[in-house]
Design a protein around this ligand. Structure first.
Ligand SMILES: [Zn+2]
Length: 439
């Protein structure tokens, strides 16, 4: 396995409390040494990181890879290729495939597809309930054996509070977090966007913020009884941020994530019924956006995750009411995070914590640090690289993004997984197909 020297960059590793100019030598898939600039020579391969930040590989813990069942939207191969292009060395994929990932056989199938693709790491998330039906617990122990890192019915809320309680209790025995999609179906009804003045003006049915907040409050109340770990997916309202902040003050084992679209756009982005601004939870008004940003800044929100949700254009080129919820996110997340850092005074170290350190800790997976001896999953970020979002150029199979045409600043210059450079900017992935290298 070739050794790699990453030189000229600024290393940012919150876990090691480092933010300084360093060179990194990678050998045998691990971080061999972190040295003063110019202090290491003689590697087989070189990554020029001048002007760049060198950070632990980004981990997106909320992705829909769509395989098995919806390969026309995305596959493990195309999704992990999109991940690499976006600077992500690993993704965790949700269970709402067909068949649902509610048993060990499906978990193994996804992992086999990931091994065949041999690109970004893939961590399957198992369903909470059989078939995501919200009735009986899925085979959590069996899926744990097969390799899941968390459980979630994401896409659907677990409406039955008794089932959610058992999910928290049972997952605690396996030390798995329960990732909650917080949506009270009775309150959300058939709403298609945030309930408020913009929905009123557009004549569209709304989902109130309370649909999310009521469930966040319920799950925190359950967590207090059950123990275990609760991770709140795609948190989007000021009330939810406040609930999580107060739960953390009581030292409850709750963590939360926010998606780039929720800290970048308001519900007014729907504009003239743009279906690429339709997602669930919906885009919220400015006060909620500001609260989410404040939650990220003060650590109430631990993680930035994309909720990458590829859809075929047929599902989006329809009336707003009929369009599918969700957008792709893997290839636009990084510049949107850097924009957040620049425009809202969020420290880059906080961004790295939210994109790598914390997801690694919550999922209990490798990476999340560049300490000597750790796995060589590394993202080299060029913060000044200017580019324009062209959905047709995405590595993802799908194009459903509200950010088409946006001028971005910042991109991955190189994405390194297990000591192999699998992505370099303006190139195709350096490695395709199966390799015999150890993983
Ligand atoms: Zn969800």
């Amino acid at each position: 396995m070739p050794s790699i020297l990453i030189s000229g960059g600024t290393l940012i590793d919150p876990l090691s409390d480092r933010h300084e100019a360093c060179d990194i030598l990678i050998a045998d898939g691990c971080i061999r040494s972190v040295v003063a600039p110019g202090g290491a020579k003689g590697a087989d391969e070189h990554v020029d990181a001048s002007g760049c930040w060198v950070v632990p590989g980004l981990i997106d813990m909320h992705v829909h890879l769509r395989e098995p069942g919806y390969e026309y939207k995305e596959t493990v191969l195309t999704g992990t290729r999109a991940a690499l292009a976006g600077g992500f060395t690993a993704v965790a994929c949700m269970a709402n495939t067909d068949p649902v990932n509610d048993n060990g056989a499906v978990t193994k199938y996804i992992l086999e597809k990931a091994a065949d693709a041999d690109l970004a790491r893939v961590y399957p998330i198992g369903a909470v309930s059989v078939g995501l039906a919200g009735e009986r617990l899925a085979e959590i122990g069996e899926m744990r054996e097969a390799g899941i890192v968390a459980v979630s019915d994401d896409g659907h809320p677990v409406m039955d509070s008794g089932l959610m309680r058992r999910a928290l209790e049972y997952s605690a025995m396996f030390n798995l977090p329960v990732i909650a999609h917080e949506e009270d179906r009775g309150l959300a009804g058939d709403g298609v966007m945030h309930e408020g003045p913009t929905a009123f003006r557009l004549g569209l049915k709304g989902m109130p913020a309370a649909a999310e907040e009521a469930m966040v409050a319920r799950d925190i109340a359950l967590l207090e009884r059950t123990g275990g770990r609760l991770h709140i997916a795609h948190l989007s309202t000021a009330g939810s941020v406040d609930l999580v902040r107060r739960a953390k003050a009581r030292r409850l084992a709750v963590t939360a994530e926010a998606a780039p679209h929720h800290f970048t756009l308001t519900d007014e982005a729907i504009g003239d019924y743009d279906t690429n601004a339709k997602m669930n939870p919906p885009l919220r008004p400015r006060d909620d956006v500001i609260a989410v940003i404040e939650g990220l800044r003060d650590g109430t929100i631990d993680v930035i995750a994309t909720d990458h949700a590829p859809h075929h254009r047929d599902a989006k080129e329809v009336e707003f009411e009929c369009a599918a919820f969700g957008i792709v996110g893997l290839e636009t997340a990084l510049p949107l995070c850097l924009r957040l850092a620049r425009e809202h005074d969020v420290a880059i170290d906080t961004i790295v914590r939210a994109l790598s350190t914390n997801p690694a800790r919550i999922l209990g997976v490798r990476g999340g640090t560049l300490a000597e001896g750790s796995v060589a999953d590394v993202t080299v970020i060029d913060p000044d690289r200017a580019w324009r979002v062209e959905p047709d150029a995405f590595q993802s199979k799908s194009r459903n993004t509200p950010f088409g045409g946006w001028a971005m600043s910042g991109a991955a210059r190189a994405t390194i997984v297990g000591g192999r450079v699998l992505w370099r900017a303006a190139e195709q992935p350096a490695v395709r197909g199966k390799r015999s290298l150890g993983r």
